[in-house]
Design a protein. Sequence first.
Length: 286
Amino acid sequence: AVICSRINCRVVAMDLRAHGDTKVKNPEDLSADTMAKDIGKVVEALYGENPPPIMIIGHSMGGAIAVHTASANHLPSLLGLCVIDVVEGTAMDALNSMQNFLRSRPKTFKSLENAIEWSVKSGQIRNIESARVSMGGQVKKCEESTSSPGVSNSIGEGIIEEEEDEEAEEESNKKRMKEDDQEIKKESIFTWRVELSKTEKYWDGWFRGLSALFLTCPVPKLLLLAGVDRLDKDLTIGQMQGKFQMQVLPQCGHAVHEDAPEKVADALATFMVRHKFTEFKEGYLC
């Protein structure tokens, strides 16, 4: 919405496999090659053989997939590439501690509001308005079981005669079990949509060689970072040689586009107008 208020463009938000509501035959195949092909197929399904000029933008792992998509030429009408806060060197270093980070996260949330609150308090996202938008896609409702573990659905047969007080006690127990079961369902009804710990075998493929792929993409490139310390050697050399434009947005966490949507939109709009991809909207003051 912020980008569209500045320049003439259309925004397509990609629903990567296993990340949203899209159903695919093999949701566990999250390789860079597969997801890059998915993007090409979605664009083909949207626009046929003559897609409009496209600038592809991705954040973190999405930035890596954007680079793989551009490098493999899955978008023949590609005009430009923007990667937000992902650098090969930093990403590869971070993978060593990723499992520990994932284990430290809550596994379930009592409500969507609870998940949003956690994302802000933990520092994952620093913008509450953005968290209200993005967390809804990162979590999903747990599948509710018909009963609690260890609670039978049927009462054993063969006992013909029972004392009245035993029957009353059993009814009371059944009622209490049902209430407990409902309470459990109420308490933890949201969990993470993607089990990231199970995707570990793909992590190396997402990020290894990313800097070289980024630098060899033949379109104008923009790298938005939360801090200049994230640059690795290849990108530092490439930046000095003028192979891409870089902009650092301080006071942002890793979710740069969520923490500072206005600044990211400004950077993108200015970049796209400078390269004559589009024009500023009438009345918008840059």
